[in-house]
Design a protein around this ligand. Structure first.
Ligand SMILES: *Cc1c(COP(=O)(O)O)cnc(C)c1O
Length: 427
């Protein structure tokens, strides 16, 4: 499939039925798989043969959908996980253990920030956070001898900063570690981080990939380009025998193309079991079939609403990297020439009260913590998710009281703008 363009891959990638087989990806709703002899099954356990034995490790439905995502990102291997959270945890924990260190952009999703700064810290894995705008020298200074990975988001949720992927990749590689990029917001339709030097890509498929607010899920994709063996001392888990898996050395047995995902499946999925259900993978695949049609519409609506808000007298500021003058406009022109995503954030001049009135009057934009849905949704953290904080605390947390995040769906932009306009009039 790899010679096809993105749209064709969205529709037909990953799964090619044989003669008389189902046209749509079949949902293999089975925990386990049957074998004629113990020896046949033994070969699977030894990773001597490929095949299925238990859905906690692998399931055909999930593998078809993961293969499509690998093709879309231009990677060599991919796996699905139960959520975006587990995708980021697995991607990091596959190469980090107690005593190791991560360098991460400070502008990342709150759930990921908690995961690495609190929960992974309890496992003995520490993180130094760096500004996504830091110079190469400043980024370099954050590295330690025990650093095993660098992490960032292509477009950060919710700050909407754009990652300079080439700069981050250059610094990561100079220190002999891979760059892991969470590519949830642009999706491979608008940016393919591997083309800019990223080594591993993660996704909350919950967002645009599913796109219909139907199924929580995640994915990890390997570019196959990072040379683990050249830094074998840093990555013993990939480069020395795994005693918990029949003494296999992943890099030797599966090569650079397969080592990372095979280890992640054979060890982490085996032990943590954060699988995506085949039913959810089927729903995710339906979303992927129209991803290339939906993303341009999300971008069109995001751009139109950002421009409308930017010229409105009651609006103090707008963050959207497609707006000339935005702090990330130039980076977006480079990394996101087709546009970024449909999420816009803006501040109202009237502060918390104005935000509360605006939210009450929105009709099409539903109040939700979700983003990246076909339906427009909207959040004012100060009056909902962060309502226990004072205005000053909100400012310190980077979510000032007047800040509203709106995720534009794929409705008609004239209706969305009219809805926003009447809600602004109510202030
Ligand atoms: C939502 C999100 C996540 C977490 O995904 P879940 O599926 O909710 O666990 C991770 N990264 C980004 C950028 C997200 O937007």
């Amino acid at each position: 499939m790899s010679n096809y363009k993105l749209g064709t891959t969205c529709v037909q990638g990953g799964y090619t039925p044989g003669n008389g087989e189902p046209r749509q990806v079949p949902i293999i709703q089975s925990t386990t798989f049957k074998y004629d002899t113990s020896e046949d099954m033994g070969k699977l356990f030894d990773l001597e043969a490929t095949g299925y034995f238990y859905t906690r490790l692998q399931n055909p439905t999930n593998d078809y959908v993961a293969a499509k995502i690998a093709e879309l990102e231009g990677g060599t291997a991919a796996m699905l996980t139960s959520s975006g959270q587990s995708a980021n945890f697995f991607a990091l924990f596959n190469i980090c253990q107690c005593g190791d260190h991560i360098v991460a952009s400070s502008s990342i999703y709150g759930g990921t920030f908690n995961l690495i700064s609190v929960t992974m810290a309890k496992m003995g894995i520490t993180t130094t956070f760096v500004s996504p705008d830091a110079s190469e020298e400043e980024l370099s200074a954050a590295f330690q001898p025990n650093t095993k990975a660098m992490f960032g988001e292509t477009i950060a949720n919710p700050a909407l900063t754009v990652l300079d992927i080439e700069k981050f990749a250059k610094v990561a590689h100079a220190h002999g570690v891979p760059l892991i990029v969470d590519n949830t917001f642009p999706t491979p339709i608008n940016c393919r981080p591997f083309e800019w030097g990223a080594d591993i890509v993660t996704h909350a498929t919950t967002k645009y990939m599913d796109g219909h607010g139907a199924a929580v899920g995640g994915a990890i994709v390997d570019s196959g380009k990072f040379d683990w063996a050249a830094h074998a001392d840093k990555f013993p888990g990939l480069c020395t025998p795994d005693e918990s898996y029949h003494g296999i050395t992943y890099v030797e047995k599966f090569g650079l193309a397969g080592a990372f995902i095979t280890k992640c499946t054979a060890q982490l999925m085996r032990d943590f079991g954060a699988i995506q259900s085949p039913q959810n993978a089927f729903l995710l695949n339906l979303g992927l079939e129209s991803l290339h049609v939906r993303m341009p519409k999300h971008v069109e609506n995001g751009q139109a609403v950002a421009e409308f808000l930017n010229s409105h007298p009651k609006v103090a500021y707008v963050n959207y990297s497609g707006l000339p003058g935005d702090k990330y406009y130039e980076l977006a022109q480079k990394y996101l020439p087709k546009g970024g995503c449909g999420v816009v954030s803006f501040g109202l001049k009237g502060g918390r009260d104005a935000a509360s009135t605006f939210m009450k009057h929105l009709k099409l934009g539903a109040i939700e913590t979700h983003v990246a849905d076909a339906r427009t949704c909207c959040l004012n953290p100060a009056t909902s998710t962060h309502r226990q904080l004072t205005d000053e605390q909100l400012r310190d947390a980077g979510v000032p009281a007047e800040l509203i995040r709106i995720s534009l769906g794929i409705e008609d932009k004239e209706d969305l703008i009219a809805d926003i306009a009447q809600a602004l009039d109510a202030i």
